[in-house]
Design a protein around this ligand. Structure first.
Ligand SMILES: C[S@@+](CC[C@H](N)C(=O)[O-])C[C@H]1O[C@@H](n2cnc3c(N)ncnc32)[C@H](O)[C@@H]1O
Length: 294
């Protein structure tokens, strides 16, 4: 194992971390993941389901790899990362305006901002920084931080009931911007990682999870659901990368289908706190798996 590298700090000394609320955020699992990451420095790090990026920010802060590539099928999310990387001060100024408009008329402002994706010409109708500020504003003020779009791609989550939502955290955004410098970002499907990764690279997959009970449905983060055929395709991608000599790590639910799909690989169990069930009594520690090929 190499010499530990100090955490990468932004100008104001804040360590970078997720700045969006996102279903399945991994912040609380990082201590359990730490011993599972490769000890040898990978040439390149790939994270095809980046979400709120908890694992990326953690590894980036430790100067883990030679380069970083982050993908997601959610185009609004990737636009947020690009705008924070390339023009964070513009995003901050626009969020300050959202914060003030929200303080004056929360419901009215939320409705107007949510409706922007119904405009003709969306998403080109807004410049990237404004699109990013819209998504961050909606993420902070909508019900439960959910990101859900209908079949026409229109964001349709109702407003949350927050007294004082943290619409703008400039320090956190600047720290994220520093961490994102030089990072490659793309709207891409996870399947295409087999065309990119080579021996010496490390790929971390955090897909939408297999539902735990037959009554729970597969989740919809973007326009397409992530169903059993996607889970099977992901297991094929995992196997292909393994054969290509790429180091691979994957998170998923501790469900029978997951054990079946990754039979033969190392499977570690970690404990998460998750609100997996709408009934409060079912909330509490729940086991999840991490699949590794080394
Ligand atoms: C469980 S979340 C990732 C959570 C993230 N690691 C975190 O810490 O917040 C899964 C992500 O996969 C994305 N996604 C869904 N289907 C995808 C696909 N086919 N290819 C790439 N990303 C996809 C979703 O948009 C979502 O952001």
């Amino acid at each position: 194992m190499g010499v530990p590298v100090p955490e990468r700090l932004a100008d104001d000394g804040m360590a970078a971390g997720p700045f969006l609320k996102w279903a399945g955020g991994k912040s609380q699992l990082l201590a359990q993941y730490a011993p599972l990451f490769p000890a040898e420095r990978p040439a390149r790090y790939f994270e095809p389901f980046v979400g709120s990026g908890a694992v990326f920010f953690y590894l980036r802060g430790r100067d883990f790899a030679g380069s970083y590539t982050l993908w997601d099928v959610n185009a609004e999310l990737i636009n947020v990362y690009r705008a924070v990387r390339d023009e964070v001060e513009a995003v901050i100024a626009l969020l300050a305006a959202h914060r003030d408009a929200h303080a004056a008329d929360g419901r009215g402002h939320y409705a107007a901002v949510r409706a922007l994706d119904r405009q003709p010409g969306w998403p080109e109708s807004l410049p990237p920084a404004a699109r990013a500020a819209r998504m961050i504003y909606l993420n902070k003020t909508c019900y439960n931080g959910l990101w859900r779009v209908n079949s026409r791609g229109h964001f349709n989550v109702p407003p949350g009931r927050y007294r004082n939502p943290p619409i703008l955290d400039a320090g956190r955004l600047r720290a994220a911007a520093a961490a994102l410098q030089g990072v490659d970002l793309a709207v891409r499907d996870f399947r295409t990682v087999v065309d990119e990764a080579r021996p010496g690279d490390f790929v971390y997959f955090d897909p939408p999870y297999v539902p735990l009970s037959p009554t729970a449905s597969f989740t919809s983060y973007a326009r397409e659901d992530f169903g059993e055929s996607d889970q099977r395709a992901l297991a094929d991608v995992f196997r292909t990368l393994d054969r290509q000599g790429v180091r691979v790590m994957l998170s998923n639910a501790d469900a029978p289908l997951v054990h079946e799909l990754y039979r033969g690989f190392r499977i570690e169990i970690v404990q998460a706190r998750r609100a997996i069930n709408s009934r409060a009594a079912r909330r509490g520690p729940i086991s999840e798996v991490v699949v590794l090929n080394a």
